[in-house]
Structures are given as C-alpha cells and as structure tokens.
Write a protein that binds this ligand. Structure first.
Ligand code: NAD
Length: 431
C-alpha cells in the first residue's frame, strides 16, 4: 500500500464515504422540511456502472482493472464530474463524489447534474503507454453512458489534461463526430479553456477573498497552510500568495514543509514538483523544515487552512488540535460530520467543499459552452465570469447562513438542495 493510500481513507464500513456525505444532506433536508419522497429522489445516485477492463501491460501481461462511473442526478442538466485514478477508489467513494457534484453544480447555479468516475489503479506505477491503454479502455467500456449531452468527464486526483486528451480521442473515434464538449479539462490545443488548469485554486482564492470582504478584514498578510500540493493545492497557494497572503506551510504525501517566517514561494514549490513529481527534497531548496507526519499541517497556528488533498482528513480525533481561524475546503469531503460539528461549536468557519472548490466545474462548464459555440475566450474573460459566478454563489450561501443562523456548509446544502428539488419537481417524475 502506498503512503498516499495509507492516509487517504479512514472510514469504516459502518460509516462509508457516501453515508457520511448523506448526514450533511439530511440536516439540510430537515431545515427545508422535505418529505421522504423528495429526499429519496434527489439523494440517491441514479446510475452506477462497474466495469472490469483487461489492459495490455508493457511486459506483455494482461491486467484486469476495475472502473466505475456514477450518474448521481440529472434534473438540472447532463452529468458532470471528474475521473479519479487512485488505488483506493471504491464504488461508494465515487457515489459520494458524484453526490457532491450534483450539489456543487447547483450551488454555483450552472445547468449540470452530478457524476463521477474512478479507476482502481496507481498511476505513478503505470507507464505512459499503460495509462493510455487503460484510459482508452475505460472510455470504450463506458461509451454508452457518456456524451456531451449525457455525462461529461473531467480531471480529478491522478488524472490530468493528457488523460483528458485520450478520453477525447477515444470517444471521437467511436462517435465519428467532432464533439469536443464530451470532456473538459483538456489542453488548450485540444479546445480546452484558458484558465481551466488553475480554476479550482482560483475558486478557492475567490471564496477566501469574499469571506474576508464579508467579515471586513484585510486578506493581505494573513498566513495560510495548504494540505496537498497537486492541482488544487498548488494553485490555491499561488493565487492566495498573489493576493498578499503569506504561505506558512505546504504538504503532500511526502511530508509537510513549514516556513517559520511564513514566506514560502509557491512558484519555487511548483517548479520543484514539476521536476521531481512531488515536494520530496523541498527542504533542501527552500528555507523550510520538514514534518515527518504530513497530517501535522492541519494543526498549525495559521489564519487560513486549505485542505486540498483527499477526503477524511479533519476527523473527531484531530479536530480539537485544529487552530486555523478559517478553513477553505479545496478537497472534496476533507472534514467529516463530527469534526464539522466541533468546528461549528468552536466558531471556526468552514467554506464548504461544494462551494469552495466549485471553480473547477464552473470553468469546465465555460469550456463546454465554448466547445458548443466553437468560439474561444481570453483568460481574462474566463476569470471574470468565474469570479462573478463564485461571488454570486458565495453571497447566496452567506445570506442563507445569516438569515437561518446556520453554518456555511448547511447553508450551501440548503441553497443547492432547494434548486435540485425545484428542478426535479418541475420536470416531474419521468427523468
Ligand atoms: P492531485 O492528484 O493533483 O493532487 C493531490 C495532492 O494531495 C498531491 O500533492 C498528493 O501528494 C497530496 N496528498 C494525498 N494525500 C495526502 C495527505 N494525506 N497529506 C498531504 N497531501 C496528500 O489532485 P487534485 O486534482 O489537486 O485534487 C485534490 C482534491 O481536490 C480532491 O479531493 C479532489 O476531488 C478535489 N477537487 C479537484 C478538482 C480539480 O479540478 N482537480 C476540482 C474540485 C475538487
């Protein structure tokens, strides 16, 4: 088992990732007085597909991989959600991730439903050719349930624009039509969108900025710790740094790297990861000390903590040690139900995942719109649209939280569930 898989998933069978996600939903459904039918219709995943995929490996062997694609809800539009390549992926986890996508799209008000995919594999142990073979097999197996008007994949943990290029090519070779909107998060050369690569981190930045505006405090000079230094973590650190924040610590699966003077340069760290594929050895190129246990980053005395790795990081056993004044959830599901209650009791605000990391799916939606028009926008235009959408979503969640005297997480679910229920009822039972 890799170190990454050892730390990522700590749920027990009695508390699966999906069951844990449902608890937040149930609290919001109670506030909305939803009846049991309304709850059942919008809570459960509509379609879960499991595929077994034989793939030729470089040494001539054939290896069988398991893959999933879940369509959670399509009342507000076609399914939308990334593909995760990770050794610990399970159907339950993919169902939870698809569930979060439904409410994420709803909270930012984009016309899409929720979906997600996963393949049980360790991409760091596969050659490029094996990764390509596996990706193509996955798309070929799921061809019937994917489509630009049906279910549109994107990157997630372990996948990137290159993998999206193989998804695009495989789908187009089967459909024999030019349909670039089948997948988002593509390279610019393959009709991807300007701004998509850093979009989730931008969304995190916009949410943190908006939070500070609402509480009337200056963001400049605030200290930040970022857990996970992949796509979401690295760009969150970069953009917050550009806003004048001081990056006190970053981490990945190799450890946590702490600067006592809070002046980590995200560019330097990104360059290191580009060369070394991880932060390993960063203590030799920057003035940082390394913490052997990467989880300790969650306990540092900083203003803003951005968990941007995997789910189930802030739990009942470590939540009391969290000292940050604001938590901005870059990852999906980093805080479990009990820990969330504890943070609320202690008055530590959490910008919840379904709002905070929605920048990625928002620019994916803008990419899909551009693909359908065949007309491409500048990065400035994309970022301006993203900022407007994120600010509007943040404000509606903030207002709901103030009016109902509830946490931002509950408010985000209240806003989102309401929208899905209304769409579902307007369409009628047939969908
Ligand atoms: P990624 O694969 O690019 O990076 C994941 C990072 O987390 C890596 O640096 C890895 O080393 C690190 N990591 C894993 N376990 C860790 C641990 N226990 N402690 C510290 N670091 C650890 O993945 P990503 O795309 O950045 O996604 C991160 C999270 O954000 C996931 O929850 C994902 O679902 C969510 N998310 C991603 C996007 C997107 O656009 N990529 C959008 C919304 C949400």
């Amino acid at each position: 088992m890799s170190a990454e898989s050892a730390v990522g998933h700590t749920t027990t069978p009695s508390q699966t990732v999906f069951a844990a996600a449902e608890r937040f939903f149930d609290d919001a459904a109670a506030i909305l007085n939803l009846n049991l039918n309304q709850i059942a219709i919008v809570k459960k995943p509509r379609r879960s597909v499991i595929v077994q995929m034989p793939v030729f490996m470089d040494d001539g062997r054939i290896q069988l991989f398991e893959g999933f694609r879940v369509l959670h809800n399509k009342a507000r539009g076609p399914g939308k959600g990334g593909i995760r390549f990770h050794p610990d992926v399970t159907l339950d986890e993919v169902q939870a991730l698809a569930f979060w996508m439904t409410f994420k799209c709803a909270v930012v008000g984009i016309p899409m439903g929720g979906a997600k995919g996963g393949v049980v594999c360790d991409p760091s142990k596969l050659s490029n050719r094996e990764l390509e073979n596996l990706t193509r097999r996955y798309v070929a197996e799921l061809y019937d349930v994917l489509g630009p008007d049906v279910d549109i994949p994107a990157p997630d943990v372990g996948t990137n624009p290159q993998v999206m290029g193989w998804v695009l090519d495989t789908y187009l070779m089967h459909s024999r039509k030019h349909q670039p909107g089948i997948v988002t998060g593509k390279s610019i050369e393959l009709e991807g969108s300007e701004g998509r690569l850093g979009a989730t981190g931008r969304g995190v930045e916009y949410c943190v900025r908006r939070f500070y505006k609402h509480v009337g405090k200056d963001l400049r000079g605030q200290t930040v710790a970022v857990q996970g230094f992949g796509n979401v973590g690295s760009f969150s650190a970069l953009f917050l740094h550009q806003d004048g924040c001081r990056i006190a610590a970053i981490s990945d699966v190799t450890g946590a790297y702490v600067s006592d003077s809070a002046d980590i340069d995200p560019h330097l760290a990104m360059e290191h990861v580009r060369k070394r594929r991880s932060l390993d050895g960063f203590e030799r190129v920057a003035k940082v000390r390394k913490l052997a246990n990467p989880r300790e980053i969650l306990e540092l005395d900083v203003e803003v903590l951005v968990p941007a790795a995997l789910e189930n990081q802030i739990l009942a056993d470590n939540v009391r040690k969290v000292r940050a004044r604001l938590i901005a959830e870059g990852a999906n599901g980093p805080t479990n139900y009990e820990a969330d209650k504890n943070l609320a009791e202690r008055g530590i605000p959490v910008i919840p995942d379904i709002l905070c990391n929605a920048g990625g799916v928002t620019v994916s939606y803008l990419e899909w719109v551009q693909n359908r028009m065949g007309l491409y926008w500048s990065e400035a235009r994309v970022n301006a649209d993203l900022e407007e959408i994120m600010n509007r979503a943040f404000d509606s969640v903030w207002l709901c939280a103030q009016e109902r005297k509830i946490s931002l997480r509950l408010a985000a679910y209240v806003v989102a569930i309401q929208r899905v229920v209304i769409a579902s009822e307007l369409r009628g039972l047939y969908h």
